[in-house]
Design a protein around this ligand. Structure first.
Ligand code: GLP
Length: 245
């Protein structure tokens, strides 16, 4: 596990965007695993700038997003479909037919999760998976649990995640209670992983996840066992790891 230290959110975003753009330059037909949340927005902004300058081309890429709220249609302004189009896809050239997200409008969970796993497999697996991390150490929507999940599945969101995500909705009552998410095993099968984390509110979780025991109670802790993972973290997020770095 590599820890890449960044000064602040902007520096974190540029460093992570550099890793992603190098991946796409070296392998133009990369399969990218993408993430939502506030952590990756700066990365997408940076990648769009480089795309506009002609420095990186996404025309050969295929993408798979980590997760989507169950019950939200793609045009709902809080769906991850909408987020990804607004923050990235509408500004770059990933071919529309090679953009993949779980379909929140498909309420048959078993069917949708099977379809998504099969699509990832058919694309040859994920070359680089981008991740954020929730306050409780969740990755994708894999919440703290008794065991690590395997493939794509439907989850009940925890109170802490509903609370953290309500800022994007009119009220906590409007936050969907379920989501489809790649499983921890799906994430671990990615050939390369880049996790970005910023801010003091996640400092304790960073310490637990990357320097504590590997446990499904802190889902991100399993990344310690991956052979090619880079954690790009800013000073605030690393502020409780001083003695360990
Ligand atoms: C959501 C997403 C996660 C994301 C997390 C952290 O729950 N499903 O993929 O990592 O939020 O979000 P933020 O980056 O806004 O802190």
């Amino acid at each position: 596990m590599k820890i890449i230290r960044a000064k602040d959110y902007n520096d974190m975003s540029r460093k992570a965007a550099n890793i992603i753009s190098a991946q796409v330059i070296l392998k133009p037909d990369s399969v990218l695993g993408l993430a939502t949340g506030s952590s990756p927005i700066g990365i997408y902004e940076q990648l769009i700038k480089w795309y506009n300058k002609g420095d990186v081309d996404f025309g050969g890429c295929t993408t798979f997003n980590l997760d989507e709220y169950r019950g939200l249609t793609p045009d709902h302004d809080q769906s991850y479909h909408y987020f990804m189009h607004k923050n990235f896809f509408d500004a770059v050239n990933v071919p529309a037919e090679r953009i993949n997200l779980p379909d929140g409008a498909q309420l048959d969970a078993e069917r949708e999760c099977k379809r998504y796993d099969a699509a990832i497999k058919a694309a040859g697996g994920i070359d680089l998976q981008l991740l954020g991390m929730g306050l409780n150490g969740h990755i994708g929507f894999n919440e703290p649990d008794e065991y690590f999940s395997k493939g794509t599945h439907c989850v009940n969101l925890t109170e802490s995640t509903i609370e953290a995500n309500k800022r994007f909705f009119a009220s906590a009552d409007d936050v969907p209670r379920q989501a489809y998410t790649m499983g921890v095993q799906t994430i671990m099968l990615a050939r390369r992983i880049v996790l970005v984390v910023s801010g003091e509110n996640k400092a304790e979780t960073v310490r637990e996840a990357f320097f504590g025991p590997v446990t499904p109670q802190v889902p991100a802790s399993i990344l310690q066992l991956h052979t090619d993972v880079s954690i790009v973290a800013d000073e605030a997020a690393l502020s409780k790891c001083g003695d360990l770095l």
